[in-house]
Design a protein. Sequence first.
Length: 177
Amino acid sequence: MGTFRRVVTGHRADGTSIIASDTAVKSTEVPGLGGIELGTLWASDHTFNYPDDGREAPPSTWFPPIGGVRFIEFVLPAGSDPEKAASAGGDMDAAEQAAPGLLSHFTADAPGMHRSETCDMLYIVSGRCVLELDDGSATALAAGDVVVQSGTMHRWKNPHDEACRVIGAIVGAHMKN
């Protein structure tokens, strides 16, 4: 599981800059998603207002609302395939608790396919994976690649023999119906 040292700055009441926290944060495996690990490295449901004390405000859901942001990591284990994971079943209540609101974005007829009202700016740190879209396209990605996921219907697969680690920022966006 991915573990990061997270150093957060903030301000004293007089405006002087401080280290507000210095702690470890880590990703955890989400039950029912075939070994996929998710982690929120930093989050806000609101536009930032400074100066602030650097205190973390836990997010209400996995995906941010308009004005919100998530700094995330996800790890696709070797051989991960959402269609196979769906057929294996799993504890969906535990998955919902681990990543609130995530499963509500998934489609029932195409396991793993989902769309969120966000712009996801992602960097493949290590490994390889495949990004599939609902037009049937499958784009191979590898370490060093960047993906800007613009509110499209998509799913992730890792047919390779090593895990794929991705970090990124997710920003709430408007979506026309």
